[in-house]
Design a binder for this molecule. Structure first.
Ligand SMILES: O=C(CO)[C@@H](O)[C@H](O)COP(=O)(O)O
Length: 251
């Protein structure tokens, strides 16, 4: 692996140990007609990661973009952590493509592969940070056997590619369950990333629960003041949502 990739992956691990609060803007929600302009804006606004939601139109019902976009971002933003989420069936077939494209983190859906531990090991052996994704219908128990081997757990608040219904209370319960399992089993806590409808109205509740990575698409890229939005996400916006008792929030 290149020394610059090693440096970035080391930074991911240090941020994990320090529980650094991170905003990871979701590139899928940028303006693709002015992609460099949008990415320049979030990088100069201080976003240390970029979230790349790769969707294959099969595991996730929409197609977003592929490794050529990752390669272009790698060349243009050599110091930014590229946080790739493979919303693809059989992600084991795509790991090397995204490693070569310059991904730093590669997260996969446990339901999308027949051998999750092998995929996690392949990502780590390739010099990248491995991660797993929990859709609203995926219990924390499914990833307990490999929790100690990943650097990132992405807790989805929406069903990828479906938008709509938001599972805020459920996400908070999962964040707490991940922390409990890690503590009970003496496992270093991975980055806990939250993704899908994350905004200043719910970020404080998610951070309080234990999330330290905020994936944000629309809330960042729809704003003209990206610095202010990123600050609000990290420090909680003016009006914060109260957690309804057990009911899921609807968009
Ligand atoms: O992968 C996905 C959704 O499928 C996410 O990464 C979204 O792209 C985040 O965008 P917002 O919900 O924050 O607008």
């Amino acid at each position: 692996f290149s020394t610059s990739q090693q440096r970035r992956v080391e930074r991911v691990k240090l941020q994990k140990i320090n529980r650094e609060l991170i905003v990871s803007p979701s590139v899928a929600k940028a303006n693709f007609l002015h992609l460099q302009q949008d990415i320049d804006a979030v990088v100069s606004a201080g976003a240390p990661w970029l979230h790349l939601s790769v969707q294959d139109g099969y595991f996730v019902p929409k197609v977003s973009f592929g490794s050529p976009v990752v390669s272009a971002l790698r060349k243009q933003y050599p110091d930014t952590i590229l946080d790739c989420k493979l919303g693809t069936i059989n992600p084991e077939r795509r790991v090397q493509e995204f490693v070569k494209a310059g991904a730093d983190i590669i997260s996969v859906h446990p339901e999308a592969t027949l051998q999750l531990p092998a995929v996690i090991n392949d990502i780590a052996a390739s010099g990248c940070s491995p991660g797993v994704v929990l859709n609203p219908g995926t219990p924390v128990s499914l990833i307990e056997p490999i929790l100690e081997d990943v650097d990132v757990v992405v807790v989805m608040l929406v069903n990828p590619g479906h938008g709509g219904k938001k599972y805020l209370k459920q996400a908070i319960d999962k964040i707490q369950a991940i922390q409990r399992f890690a503590s009970d089993n003496d496992i270093p806590l991975p980055h806990i990333s939250v993704d899908g409808g994350v905004s200043a109205s719910n970020s404080a509740a998610l951070i309080d629960a234990g999330a330290n990575v905020l994936v944000a698409g629309g809330s960042v890229f729809k704003s003209d003041d990206k610095e202010a939005v990123i600050s609000d996400l990290l420090h909680g916006g003016s009006e914060t949502v109260t957690i309804s008792s057990g009911r899921n929030d609807f968009a």
